[in-house]
Design a protein around this ligand. Structure first.
Ligand code: HEM
Ligand code: HEM
Length: 125
């Protein structure tokens, strides 16, 4: 289970990295940096954060036992996609549609980080 979790996190993280960099190149090429927060969150949570999740499950396989790490993984992707979509809409001038999405996603993301904190504390005893 720990290997499967680590593998899906590292494989997803490189996809998020490519998407975030493509957005960065579009921003640079168009000289319109208004999507900077979208790019920043996609890079730092999608690429850096997901890579850290992979590293944790690889380094502490005990943390990956049980059903909770699977729940954490599914929710992490949903929350990231929601946050990025919400930010994209907000900074693209569609705040009314983007704000509720970003606010729900960021609440879920924070709750999911609390779940991850529990998983880490329990799995590194
Ligand atoms: C293809 C590669 C990349 C391109 C073309 C690119 C492009 C950009 C651009 C145009 C900005 C806006 C700068 C500004 O207006 O001040 C930016 C900001 C940012 N980028 Fe990238 N980026 C790339 C890769 C990365 C990577 C690998 C990371 C992190 C792992 C990253 C993280 C950030 C962050 C955090 C900001 C916001 C900085 C701030 O708050 O001032 N970017 N990037
Ligand atoms: C609960 C989830 C989160 C919320 C609601 C949130 C919200 C925000 C907001 C409102 C900004 C200011 C954007 C601006 O006006 O420039 C910001 C900036 C930033 N956030 Fe987050 N964030 C969250 C999670 C994260 C995570 C998990 C990371 C990194 C792993 C991160 C990294 C950054 C960085 C580097 C900036 C500065 C770049 C910029 O200004 O665009 N955030 N965040």
């Amino acid at each position: 289970m720990s290997d499967r979790l680590a593998k899906q996190f590292i494989r997803s993280s490189v996809i998020y990295a490519l998407l975030g960099m493509a957005l960065g190149i579009l921003m640079a090429a168009s000289k319109d940096h208004s999507q900077m927060p979208t790019h920043a969150h996609l890079m730092l949570f999608g690429w850096v954060g997901m890579t850290l999740y992979a590293a944790v499950y690889k380094l502490w396989p005990m943390a990956a036992s049980g059903r909770l790490p699977f729940v954490h993984a599914v929710v992490a992707h949903i929350a990231l996609i929601g946050l990025v979509l919400g930010l994209y809409l907000i900074y693209g001038g569609l705040s009314e549609a983007g704000e509720p999405i970003a606010s729900i996603a960021s609440t879920i993301l924070t709750a999911n980080m609390a779940l991850f904190a529990w998983i880490v504390w329990k799995g590194t005893r």
